[in-house]
Structure formats: structure tokens, C-alpha cells
Design a protein around this ligand. Structure first.
Ligand code: B1H
Length: 830
């Protein structure tokens, strides 16, 4: 009753109006001091840099909440349909500078700080980013959240608040060493804990089937253990105004659960239970693309999924709505199969807990969920062994069996599928040890399945989900990935953004297609000069950073040739190494007269257990040592491995690249998004016809893209014909020299064994067909250098690349999802 009175008395629009929390320099200064004094209880004389950073973050957070409250009001007034995005990973990047940009208060904040004797950039620099993801998939989720907020689509993104995110990478003696991530060490001023938004999560135990006291058939799950998930909210501000929320769950012990142990005086057992509970959200699994069927990982997935679904149902019911209309109010997107257990869990919540009948529950479930696939790699397709799954989620196993049974009956009787087809489509893989195929569960339980680039979506239908695409052709669609132009152009390359705006206005920031207006200036000499001058400045900035990080000096006038992404054999960092060694050996022999001085820059983390990837890092650093110390060549080439690739470091790489390396074996990279980030910053791409490269090339024009290598069809034909890398090795003398050099000991103080596994793998297996593409790559690199000798032509193509990147805005991706899959529209905020 009191609450009702309270809410009646407050008019949100007038209360949180701009007169209350102004964006003026004076107001920011005053709020900053308030935050310092009353938010964290510090006086200026004793304030550490982190205190100053925290005070500013709190100052900005107030202003975000102000926008936020307005968005929330509009959403609930309009009873709008909302998106719930379920992802096990997010990589938001540092918040401070991005929030300033989105609030459009960077300039006055800088001045306010200056007047207090504080350098804004120093505060921006000390922020530890939340590394709650491995790579592209997690960053994509964050780009999408940025676009959802910017477009004003009601959205809530659910995930896991890992206490330790992706490890920090340092390089010792050329090897990757992993350090634990300390992102929460100094607190996190951007999040707000919501202790009252918490849900119970059960694990293990058994199920009981029988009639309840009213004689109604009822399944009861008697769990073996229970934990609690508590919500931690981070407001995500879109450009100029709207907000979305990132709600991350943290596992905590349920105080009452081990009450028995407490009463027996077994204090330690009770505390141990608490510790074990909290383990669930301790650490992110650092294995991009391959999971080992770990029990804790399954618990993480179920934990965040059930908290999120319970929250969605609560939000639905507090609006006074009927549960049977859940799918009308929520579109739930599964970011890969990591949250796919949601399909069985929503069925459990609807049938067991809320007592809906199965058919109704299934209708709601199928109409709520949509599934995005991000990979065709067999080792990344999630499957859970039945015994493990049953141990952790006994009730869900029963539900999955029921879903599967009904599905298989349907295809057997209504579609007359034969036994082989049925076995191939079953959720249960029974070809050996029995497994649950999560991609099948996700496909059957969703109304939409999409891939992340045109090519990947086609391959998905042709290969991994072939029979399902035959059964339900309308369920399948494509949404090509995108990136946010706010963070990846405006924020990280502000000088270029400002140059662009001074020619075509700033409409491109929220309508990236407007970059097309740059095309007429591609031949304009003065525009080209300004363009290349900015690039040079960015390269100077990166060179200084690399010098600080690695001690290696590079000349900003060199061609900056960059490959930055997860280290993986399919991405073929070693193909780049072969090229570098080929350049080195030819320079040493006095060949390659026309070679333009180049800096070869790598960045990327390897999964800690991926031995070949770690050996690749060692190889790159060994090549760097050799080349950088060889005075015969080191005015013409340098090699640098930038340590600890993360969003913050990436923001320094993309703006400084001349050439972007996108050289995966065709058919392997689902989309790639680094390719888009480089190109949007004016790098030209050298790449294969893989993932979104295909569409990038289409957009920017064949003449403005360096294409090499086998097509998917050729890769497949090669495989069928019995690919023999050794023959290529034998036939290509130059390639032979390069490969033999790797095991000559020249890179490893005489040790001929160190790189042998890599060498032999290439000669005798070469699963990613480096040797097949080698010559074509080397030849293509010659074309790159030819063009580099024509600075005006290079500048022209660089400008055209940027001008034609409109399609790759995550705003476009989110509009596609909204129209094709979610059927949601932006709220109109008054
Ligand atoms: C992508 C993953 C991935 N695809 C398993 N799959 C993971 C798989 O922790 N795990 O278990 C983590 C990540 N990541 C990437 O997604 C693709 O390789 C890229 O091509 C694509 O651009 C990106 C976003 O769609």
C-alpha cells in the first residue's frame, strides 16, 4: 500500500528531467566531488587514481540511470514486446569512454576533470574491462546490446557474472603464459547488485512421479543440491539516449540449505557448501570452439538459463499478464547452443511448476525461442554424455526424452522418414556412447534457426542441419553479423570519425549506409591526404604502444599488416608465418627488390590446453626474434606479437592497420567480425572466400579486396580427391625452403625438434590446407605490395572500403533480427 502511494507521488519524467542531473561541466564537476565524498568517502588529498576513476564512473552512472528510468517507464507503459538475449559470453569492453560518447558529454567531462587537475585519459586508461567472453561470439553479443539500446528496442541481456573472466596473456620467452583476470579486484562501479532479484537453482537428485493430493499427475524434482542466483545489472546506454540492461547472475549459497549441518554443529561442512555453490560462476572456460564435457560447464549453463527464465516469467506475471501469452511478450534468442538447455527448462517451468499441459507449453516454448548457430566445427558442436547429464539434470533428461519421442513420432508417421534419417535427426546420438546433441534440441525447440553470414547459413543447411532444413525450410534464415560503429569507429578512431563527419555530416553514426556519401571524395587529393595522415597518426600511436609493451620498435611509415584474432589452426596464423619467412629468405638472398617495408603484427590468445596454438605463438615470437635482430633486413621488416588481445587493445589495432589478414580455410570461419572492424577503419583486406569476407568483398567491390585461395567447393573437391600436402611440398621449391627453415634450428637456437610437430602436421596432414593456398597467398601479397607503391590508389581503395561498409553495422543486424525473427519494434520515447 505504501509503495502504491510512493509511486503515485512521483512523476518520473519531471523528476529525472535534465534540470536534476545536468550535463554541464559545472554539474559534472559537482557530481564528481559528491561521488568522491559521499559515494566512496574520500578527500582529494588521499584519493588514489582508482578512487578518482570510481568517482567519475559513479557520476556517469547517475546520468545513465537517468536515461534509463525514462526508457523503463516507456516500455512498461507501452506494454511492448521485448527481446531476451541469452548468451554465456559478453565482451563489453571498457565502459567509461563509451558511455561518455553515448551521452555526448566527453568534452565537458574532460574540461571538468582538467579544472580539477585530472587528466580524463588517465582515468579511461586504468579501467579493467570485463573479459566475460572468449572472442567473436562474446563481442557480437555486446555489439548487439549496443544496437538494441541505440535503436530503442526493449531488451534484456542475460549472462554469467564470471568472477574470473578470460585470462590475461603475457609472453615469457616467446611462450604464452596465462594470468588470472582481476577485473573485479578494485570493484565494479558500473554494476548494481539486486539482492531481491534472486532465484533458486536445483541440481542432481531424483524425480518422483505420482498423483498430488488432488489426484493430478505430478512430477516432483527432489534435488541433491541447491544454489541461489543473484542479479547484477549493468546499464548499457545506446547512442543518444535509450537503455538496455545486461543482467548477469552470480551463484551464491542458499543460507538455509545446509541448515542440518549447522544444527549438528558442523560449521565447516556448512561453509564448504557455500564455497562449492559459489564455484559455479567462478571462472569462464577459455576454450573457444571446443568443450570437453565438463560437469561444471553444464552447471554454469543451466544455472544462468534457469535464473533468466524465472526472471522472464516474473517480469511477465508482474505486469498482470497470462503465462499462456509469454511468447507474445518475449522473444528469447539463444546465442549458440550454450543456453540451449533453456528449451527443456522452460518446458519444466511451464509444465511442472506452472501446471500447463504439455501441448500448450510446447507451443509457447517453440514460439519464444530462436537459435543462432555460430560454428560448423565438429568439435564445437556441443553434446553431453547421458550419464553426466542425468546426474546433473535428471528431470531435464526426462523432458528431453519426451520432446524427442514426440518429434521422432511426428517425422516417422507424418513424414515417413526412414530409420537412418530418424537416427540422424534424433536429439540423442546413439551411434556409440549416448549423447545429447544440443544443436538438435535448439533446432527442434525454436521457431527460427540462423547462421551468421550468407555463406555460413547456406552451409548450415547443407551440412550440419541438412535434414532439418529439408523438414522445415521456413525455419532457416540468415542474419549476417555486424559491429557497432560507435565503439569501433567513432570511439576508437575519433580523428577519422571527425574527418568523415566534416565531409558528410554525422548521420552515419546511427545510419552507417550514409558512409556511401564518401565515395565522391575517394579521388579527392586533399581528402586522401587528410585520410592517410590520420592513418599515419594512428600507426604512430600503435607503434608507441607496441614499443612500450614489447620493446620492439617499428617505423610508422611501414605497411602495417595485421592479423588479430583467436589463435587457431583453421584461422591459419601459420600461413602468415610462412609468408613472413618467405619474405625474409628472399630478402636475405637479395631478391624481392620491390618489397615495401612492412610491420607484421599479430595478436590473439590461445586456449590454454591447445598445444598446437601455443606452439604457433612461440613460432611467431621466434620469427620475430630472428627478424628484428637481423640488421640486414630489419629496416625492411619487423614482426611483433602484441600481448593480451582484448577489446581495449583491439581498439588500438584496427585504426592503425593498412592490411587486414582474413585468411581462414574456406568454409571454416562462420562469419568473422574482426574483418569488418579493420575494413571500417580503412584497412584493405587480404582474404579467402570465407564467412562474411564473401559479403565484404561483394560490398566493397572485387577491385578493392585482395582475394586468394581455394573456394569451399574446391576445398571439398580437394578433400574428396585425397589431398596430398606432401606433393605440394615436393613440387614447390620455394615452399620447401620456407618449411625446412622452420625445423632447421635457425629459429630455435639449434633445436630442430621444437617446431617439428607443426612441420610434420603441415607436410603429412595439413587439415586446413595451408599448402594448397600457399602460392596463391604469396602471389596475392605481391599484388598488395604493388598497390602500396601507388599511395593515391591505395588511399582511394581505403576510402571506398569504408564508404561501402554500411551493411556491416550491428544496427542492420539487429533490424534483421527484429523484422525476420523477433517481430519487435522500437519503443517511442516521448
Ligand atoms: C564462434 C564460437 C564459440 N563460433 C564455443 N563459435 C565456445 C564456440 O566457450 N565455448 O564453448 C565459445 C565460442 N565462437 C565465432 O562466432 C565464430 O568463429 C566467428 O566466425 C563469428 O564471427 C563469431 C560471431 O558469430
Amino acid at each position: 500500500k505504501d509503495e502504491k502511494k510512493f509511486s503515485d507521488k512521483i512523476n518520473i519524467a519531471s523528476t529525472s528531467g535534465s534540470s536534476r542531473i545536468s550535463h554541464s561541466k559545472e554539474a559534472i564537476k559537482a557530481s564528481f566531488l559528491d561521488s568522491l565524498f559521499y559515494g566512496i568517502g574520500r578527500v582529494p588529498a588521499l584519493a588514489t587514481p582508482n578512487d578518482r576513476y570510481t568517482a567519475l564512473a559513479l557520476t556517469i552512472r547517475d546520468r545513465i540511470f537517468q536515461q534509463f528510468i525514462l526508457t523503463t517507464e516507456s516500455i512498461s507503459k507501452q506494454d511492448a514486446r521485448a527481446v531476451a538475449y541469452l548468451s554465456a559470453e559478453y565482451l563489453p569492453g571498457p565502459h567509461l569512454a563509451n558511455n561518455l560518447l553515448n551521452l555526448e558529454i566527453t568534452a565537458q567531462t574532460r574540461e571538468a576533470m582538467e579544472e580539477l587537475g585530472i587528466e580524463l585519459d588517465d582515468l579511461i586508461a586504468i579501467e579493467e574491462e570485463p573479459g566475460l567472453g572468449n572472442g567473436g561470439l562474446g563481442r557480437l553479443a555486446s555489439c548487439y546490446l549496443d544496437s538494441l539500446a541505440t535503436l530503442g528496442i526493449p531488451a534484456i541481456a542475460y549472462g554469467i557474472r564470471y568472477e574470473f573472466g578470460i585470462f590475461d596473456q603475457v609472453i615469457k620467452d616467446g611462450w604464452q603464459v596465462e594470468l588470472t583476470d582481476k577485473w573485479l579486484h578494485y570493484g565494479n562501479p558500473w554494476e548494481v547488485v539486486r539482492p531481491e532479484i534472486a532465484y533458486e537453482v536445483k541440481f542432481g537428485g531424483r524425480t518422483e512421479h505420482g498423483a498430488d493430493s488432488n489426484g493430478k499427475f505430478q512430477v516432483t524434482w527432489v534435488p541433491g543440491s541447491e544454489v541461489k542466483g543473484t542479479a547484477y545489472d549493468t546499464p548499457i546506454l545506446g547512442y543518444k539516449g535509450n537503455g538496455a540492461v545486461l543482467r548477469l547472475w552470480r551463484a551464491e549459497a542458499i543460507e538455509s540449505f545446509d541448515f542440518a549441518a549447522f544444527n549438528l554443529g558442523d560449521y565447516y561442512r556448512a561453509v564448504e557448501a557455500k564455497m562449492l555453490s559459489e564455484n559455479i560462476t567462478k571462472v569462464l572456460y577459455p576454450n573457444d570452439q571446443a568443450q570437453g564435457g565438463k560437469e561444471l560447464r553444464l552447471k554454469q549453463q543451466y544455472f544462468f538459463v534457469t535464473c533468466s527464465l524465472q526472471d522472464i516469467i516474473r517480469l511477465h506475471l508482474i505486469q498482470g499478464r497470462n503465462l499462456e501469452r509469454l511468447h507474445e511478450k518475449f522473444a528469447i534468442q539463444l546465442n549458440d547452443t550454450h543456453p540451449a538447455i533453456a528449451i527443456a527448462e522452460l518446458m519444466r517451468l511451464l509444465v511442472d511448476v506452472h501446471q500447463l499441459d504439455w501441448a500448450k507449453a510446447w507451443h509457447i516454448t517453440q514460439n519464444c525461442f530462436a537459435y543462432t548457430n555460430h560454428t560448423l566445427l565438429p568439435e564445437a558442436l556441443e553434446k553431453w554424455s547421458i550419464p553426466l547429464f542425468e546426474k546433473v539434470l535428471p528431470r531435464h533428461l526426462e523432458i528431453i526424452y519426451e520432446i524427442n519421442h514426440r518429434f521422432l513420432e511426428e517425422i516417422r508417421h507424418q513424414h515417413s522418414y526412414n530409420n537412418a534419417q530418424i537416427a540422424g535427426m534424433s536429439i540423442i546420438d546413439e551411434s556409440g556412447e549416448r549423447y545429447i546433441r544440443m544443436a538438435h534440441l535448439a533446432t527442434i525447440g525454436s521457431h527460427s534457426v540462423n547462421g551468421v553470414s550468407a555463406m555460413h547459413s547456406e552451409l548450415l543447411k547443407k551440412e550440419v542441419l541438412h535434414d532439418f532444413a529439408g523438414l522445415w525450410p521456413d525455419k532457416f534464415c540468415n542474419v549476417t553479423n555486424g559491429i557497432t560503429p560507435r565503439r569501433f569507429l567513432y570511439l576508437s578512431n575519433t580523428p577519422l570519425a571527425e574527418l568523415i563527419s566534416s565531409y558528410i555530416g554525422n548521420g552515419w553514426i546511427t545510419d552507417l549506409d550514409q558512409l556511401r556519401k564518401l565515395e565522391p571524395y575517394a579521388d579527392d587529393v586533399s581528402f586522401q591526404n587528410s585520410w592517410m595522415e590520420i592513418k599515419l597518426n594512428n600507426k604512430q600511436h600503435l607503434a608507441a604502444l607496441l614499443q612500450k609493451q614489447t620493446g620492439i620498435e617499428i617505423d610508422p611509415a611501414m605497411l602495417f599488416d595485421i592479423q588479430a584474432k583467436r589463435i587457431h589452426e583453421y584461422k591459419r596464423q601459420h600461413l602468415k608465418v610462412l609468408h613472413i619467412l618467405s619474405v625474409y629468405l628472399r630478402l636475405k638472398k637479395g631478391e624481392l627488390i620491390n618489397f615495401s617495408p612492412s610491420a607484421f603484427i599479430f595478436a590473439g590468445k590461445a586456449a590454454p590446453g591447445y598445444i598446437m596454438a601455443k606452439l604457433l605463438i612461440k613460432l611467431i615470437n621466434s620469427v620475430a626474434d630472428l627478424v628484428n635482430q637481423d640488421t640486414e633486413v630489419n629496416d625492411k621488416m619487423k614482426v611483433v606479437f602484441m600481448p593480451d588481445f582484448n577489446v581495449k587493445n583491439a581498439q588500438n589495432l584496427y585504426p592503425a592497420a593498412d592490411l587486414s589478414e582474413q585468411i581462414s580455410m574456406a568454409g571454416m570461419e562462420a562469419s568473422g567480425t574482426g574483418n569488418m572492424k579493420f575494413s571500417l577503419n580503412g584497412a584493405l583486406t587480404i582474404g579467402t572466400l570465407d564467412g562474411a569476407n564473401v559479403e565484404i568483398r561483394q560490398e566493397v567491390g572485387e577491385d578493392n579486396f585482395f582475394l586468394f585461395g581455394l573456394s569451399v567447393e574446391q576445398v571439398q573437391a580437394n578433400k574428396t580427391a585425397g589431398y596430398q600436402p606432401y606433393d605440394i611440398y615436393q613440387q614447390n621449391q620455394h615452399l620447401r625452403e620456407v618449411l625446412d627453415f622452420i625445423v632447421s634450428g635457425a629459429l630455435s637456437q639449434g633445436d630442430t625438434q621444437l617446431f617439428r610437430p607443426l612441420y610434420e602436421n603441415l607436410l603429412y596432414q595439413d587439415p586446413f590446407m595451408l599448402l594448397a593456398d600457399y602460392q596463391s597467398y604469396i602471389d596475392c601479397q605481391e599484388q598488395v605490395h604493388e598497390l602500396w607503391r601507388e599511395p593515391k590508389e591505395w588511399a582511394r581503395k581505403s576510402i571506398l572500403n569504408v564508404a561501402r561498409m554500411g551493411k556491416f553495422s550491428s544496427d542492420r543486424s539487429i533490424r534483421d533480427y527484429s523484422d525476420l525473427i523477433w517481430k519487435v519494434t522500437p519503443i517511442n520515447k516521448k
